[in-house]
Design a protein around this ligand. Structure first.
Ligand code: GTP
Ligand code: SPV
Ligand code: MN
Length: 650
């Protein structure tokens, strides 16, 4: 038997003891969270070939990892919500009966860490000591997971000291599912190769997470989606707060007035970009608090206060350039882990849309040589001499579309340091939220920005959100529009319709509903018939944020329409509309109209989604749950009203 570390917290001890027995690792190491330990682990991974050390002059403290081709993104059809009752997981989740799932998984976990080290990572989601913060421990056999968790969460001794006091924690067990026989050489990215051997499992009622077979992102860094969204959404529902797939930012006007805004966009739909955006509007300043997850709690004054429970950014690399998101690129200049991007001959990284000429040759995400495109230096091909057209036609990319950087939040040049630490005016309350934005990637119909008529109408807008599926999930339907309510489709820890009801409850139970944030819906992704974006996006999105602030302050009137309050065109500031990718006033007019025909189709899809939520017990269930109609009547009513209103317009 290996030596098991001793813990002051009895529950921690029992839990670790149990999993050591089950997984049978060669060694057990408790993560202290020091720099030295982090560097040592990175160094070990360089030796085993799991990490490539990048050029330390160009990228100090940076490493590159390449994952197995079967393990490049979240796996939604292997993600399970195991509530006692199927209907409590709800129609958008895959459900398994908890004890049956545990039995099935225990077989997988038996001996799964043979030949490997078991790491015990104490971590905090949120600033240590903050009243909103939650604690967890992840057991993993992946050093890659350890060093990523060190960046993405607050780890180590400071957290363990907290746990020593006997406080609650969410136990998270993870294995890549690839035990090593005696003398067997490890591979660069161990994981269970078959998709059916991967399991991302939440037990919301026991508040436990079990993950097996994948080492990538949200599948394996269990503080993120599994804890901070799936488990936390359930915790929030039970305790009157909210866990959301939202960025948090601070926007300051030229007159130095501060606004705090959160925004929920689906995966790879622009949260990191908006969270760090360099405003094109002169005099406005934007600062980052978080780029992916927000926890919102009502304060005594009735306002909602937000914290970012994370400690770093797990951001999409492709498309990140000095032009689109300079602050993200700058955040990656040191102490960053890159996964599945291109390695350049000088030991730097490259990806499609980096805004930098590709090197003559490089090593692509699969470890093969790739070559600069002959007629466009922003592309690389699998063979020398290829043209952009040939590369595009082949579908080849040198950096995987879901390649990512794991960068410490403190690296972000525009981090709102107080907000990030959960402080507002020196108090650990989180920041008061002025506006909540929903959005999605929609080539048609959905306008640039739309203001909800009320809280309930805002909840309706969020519930009706749709977006194109992106490479953030393994899917053969990338590019197709699907319903993604509140950008939470893959992250609900319970029944989607109950989640809608919880949003409505936030107003009903509020001590001052008037102080709740105003709700908006945006779409940066409208396209014309030539398949070009009609809105430049990125820094120009500051024009929309300013309009939102003007509305909050009652400075401008809006056009009341069937779908919501739309801006008067003259109220979208076109100041400093120069340079690359400017706002085209003709397009602007187009994307601020109500597309009646498009909306009629849209509401049919929304209605179909509501019907589905009302009929099915869980995603793969054959049971029709006609008795379990849970979609709130208030939302059905708004849908019917919208239908009637649109019917009146010809
Ligand atoms: P997750 O980390 O998966 O939750 O995604 P995210 O929402 O943080 O996505 P991110 O900001 O990384 O955006 C991903 C992609 O969207 C990149 O390819 C960006 O270039 C693109 N993108 C972001 N903002 C805009 C925008 O305003 N306009 C356009 N056209 N593209 C954008
Ligand atoms: C997302 O898919 O929304 C992400 C990336 O933020 S992952 O952490 O892999 O889920
Ligand atoms: Mn995300």
């Amino acid at each position: 038997m290996v030596k098991i570390p001793q813990f002051k917290n009895v529950k921690v001890q029992e839990w670790v003891d149990k999993w050591v027995k089950i997984c049978n690792p060669d060694a057990v190491v408790v993560i202290k969270g020091t720099k030295q330990e982090h560097n040592l682990l990175c160094g070990q991974m360089v030796k085993t070939g799991q990490f490539i050390k990048l050029n330390q002059k160009l990228r100090p403290g940076c490493y590159l990892a390449r994952s197995h081709a079967s393990d490049v993104a979240r796996v939604e059809n292997r993600t399970f919500i195991c509530s006692e009752k199927e209907i409590d997981a709800g129609p958008t989740n895959y459900w398994r009966e908890p004890s049956a799932m545990k039995k099935e998984l225990l077989k997988k976990f038996k001996g799964c860490m043979k030949g490997r080290t078991m790491y015990v990572i104490p971590f905090a989601m949120g600033p240590i000591g903050n009243h909103i913060t939650q604690y967890g421990i992840e057991i993993t056999d992946s050093a890659y997971v350890v060093v990523n968790m060190n960046i993405m969460t607050r780890t180590g001794t400071a957290v363990m000291k907290h746990l020593d006091t006997g406080i609650d924690f969410v136990p998270c067990i993870h294995s890549v599912g690839a035990p090593l026989k005696k003398g067997q050489k490890d591979v660069a990215w161990p994981c269970a190769k078959s998709i059916n051997d991967k399991y991302i499992v939440q037990f919301p009622e026991d508040r436990e997470i079990w993950s097996f077979g994948s080492g990538y992102g949200g599948n394996a860094l269990l503080g993120k989606k599994c804890f901070a969204l799936r488990i936390a959404s359930k915790l929030g529902r039970d305790n009157g707060w909210m866990a959301e797939h939202m960025l948090v930012l601070t926007f300051t006007s030229p007159a130095k007035k501060q606004y705090h805004i959160t925004a929920a966009f689906p995966s790879a739909c622009g949260k990191t970009n908006l969270a760090m955006m360099l405003p094109k509007l002169p005099g406005w300043k934007l600062q980052t608090i978080g780029d992916d997850i927000a926890w919102l709690k009502p304060g005594e004054d009735g306002r909602l206060y937000a914290i970012n429970p994370e400690n770093g950014f797990f951001g999409v690399a492709p498309g990140t350039s000095m032009g689109t998101n300079p602050n993200a690129l700058l955040a990656c200049r040191k102490n960053t882990i890159f996964t599945n991007v291109v390695l350049t001959p000088d030991g730097d990284v490259w990806w499609e849309g980096m805004g930098k000429d590709a090197p003559e040759t490089g090593i692509d995400w699969q470890g093969n040589v790739c070559y600069c495109c002959v007629d466009n230096k922003h592309y690389m091909g699998p063979k020398p001499g290829m043209t952009k057209a040939e590369i595009k036609k082949s579908g080849y990319v040198a950096a995987h579309k879901n390649s990512r950087f794991t960068a410490p939040a403190v690296n972000c040049p525009v981090l709102d340091k107080d907000g990030f630490e959960g402080l507002y005016k020196g108090k650990p309350t989180g920041v008061p939220v002025d506006a909540i934005i929903f959005g999605g990637r929609r080539p048609s119909t959905i306008p640039l920005v739309n203001e909800a008529k009320s809280w309930t109408h805002g909840v309706f807008m969020g519930s009706a959100a749709g977006s194109e599926i992106t490479a953030a999930v393994i899917s053969d339907k990338i590019g197709q529009v699907r319903r993604d309510p509140m950008a939470m489709l893959p992250f609900f820890g319970y029944n989607v319709a109950d989640y809608f009801q919880h949003w409505l409850e936030m107003e009903r139970t509020s001590v001052n509903p008037k102080k709740l944030p105003k709700i908006y819906f945006v779409n940066w992704f409208r396209k014309n018939e030539k398949d070009e974006f009609m809105w430049p996006g990125f820094g120009d999105n500051s024009r929309v944020l300013k309009w939102i602030c003007d509305r909050i302050d009652g400075k401008v009137k809006a056009n009341a329409t069937a779908i919501g309050n739309l801006p008067k065109i003259a109220d979208i500031s076109l100041e400093n509309n120069t340079g690359k990718g400017i706002v085209n006033p003709k397009f602007l007019k187009e994307i601020l109209k109500v597309d009646v025909k498009g909306w009629k189709k849209e509401i049919d899809t929304v209605e179909a989604s509501y019907d589905e939520y009302d009929m099915k017990a869980s995603k793969d269930s054959k049971i029709v749950n006609a008795d379990a109609k849970r979609v709130p009547a208030a939302l059905r009513k708004l849908l019917a009203e919208l239908k009637a209103d649109l019917g009146k317009v010809k």
